[in-house]
Design a protein around this ligand. Structure first.
Ligand code: NI
Length: 349
């Protein structure tokens, strides 16, 4: 362990609890960002505020070296009610640091303080405190605000706590760690009619049922069996009256996969299935597909580097491979633009 960081553990536990008590949602991380910026400045770190709205960037330079890396933490909380009785439980109804981003922020602050006050290195470390990881693509917002042009780096690293992985251990693998997350909406426009006279209309619900069933054959029959893809329909909306066939029926859902190729293939195939089934029944179909984020894919050299560092820190028995999950992470945008690695920290039960 790094003695200086261990020695200041109490200070960072207090910071984490303070952040935990004051959770802020997507792009509303004003207090958190201000706390982060003030702490960084207190350790003599150059700070830029308001990168990607509420993002904060710190820069630590040493020596003449031109090499640079970035470390990234996310700062936002979730719209959930906290049901714990900790003294540092959320003071805001309907908001909670349930994903542990308060911990990520405190960890990067601890690293920042150590690097600024005690570490010797030659080059630049960029500290990225990102807003809106939870569905707001804050990583992309910072990049669109010129993150990597204003603060150029060779590689970027991030970590997430991982429940179920024992405390004191880490999990990381090269290649995909998390999936690409995409959402779709299908609107079947039929023709309304009295339920007793279906011949007078075009039954949007029946067409939507057929589309829903046929979409499930894309993963099972069209995608290569070794490629992992999930296609889930999660919403069906149609109809108001028991005796009326509605004009339209809407289906919504999500597609998760580990490659851009699989994503593009599934999108194309979905469009074909939707349009062809609609046409077969004389229904007009709208199909919208939105890519929320790409897969989180670790780069091999940077992953090997992280594995080496983690083994030094906790021993090789405590650094495991990570089985990719179908959940998603917007750090994926940074790993698309830069080399880097995303790894999991054991969080226990
Ligand atoms: Ni998270």
């Amino acid at each position: 362990m790094i003695a200086d960081i261990e020695g200041s553990a109490a200070e960072f536990v207090a910071i984490r609890r303070d952040l935990h008590a004051h959770p802020e949602l997507c792009f509303a991380e004003e207090r958190t960002a201000s706390r982060v910026a003030t702490l960084l400045e207190g350790w003599g770190i150059a700070v830029t505020r308001g990168v990607g709205r509420t993002g904060v960037v710190g820069v630590i330079r040493r020596g003449q070296g031109s090499r640079a890396i970035a470390l990234r933490a996310d700062m936002d909380a979730l719209p959930l009610q906290e049901h714990t009785h900790f003294a540092h439980a959320s003071r805001h109804a309907g908001r909670m640091h349930a994903c542990g981003h308060d911990g990520h922020t405190a960890m990067l602050l601890a690293a920042a303080r150590h690097l600024a006050l005690h570490a010797t290195f030659d080059g630049t470390v960029v500290l990225i405190f990102q807003p809106a990881e939870e569905g707001g693509t804050g990583a992309l917002a910072m990049m669109e605000d010129g993150l990597f042009d204003r603060f150029p780096v060779e590689a970027v690293f991030a970590a997430h706590n991982w429940p179920g992985l024992p405390v004191g251990s880490f999990a990381v693998s090269p290649g995909p760690m998390m999936a690409s997350c995409n959402e779709f909406t299908i609107v079947v426009h039929g023709k309304g009619a009295h339920a007793a006279m279906p011949d007078q209309g075009i039954d949007a619900i029946q067409v939507a049922f057929q589309i829903g069933t046929a979409l499930q054959t894309i993963v099972s029959r069209n995608v290569k069996p070794t490629e992992a893809v999930v296609l889930s329909i999660t919403q069906v909306h149609a109809g108001d009256a028991l005796n009326v066939l509605p004009d339209s029926c809407e289906l919504r859902g999500t597609v998760r996969c580990f490659s851009i190729e699989a994503r593009d293939f599934v999108e194309t195939r979905m469009r074909q299935v939707v349009q062809a089934i609609g046409a077969a029944h004389g229904a007009r179909c709208e199909f919208r597909f939105k890519c929320n984020c790409p897969p989180t894919t670790n780069h091999p050299a940077e992953t090997a580097f992280v594995q080496r560092v983690l083994r030094e820190l906790v021993g090789k028995d405590h650094v495991r491979p990570f089985e990719p999950t179908m959940s998603a992470e917007d750090f994926s945008f940074m790993l698309q633009a830069k080399a880097g690695c995303y790894f999991m920290i054991g969080n226990g039960d």
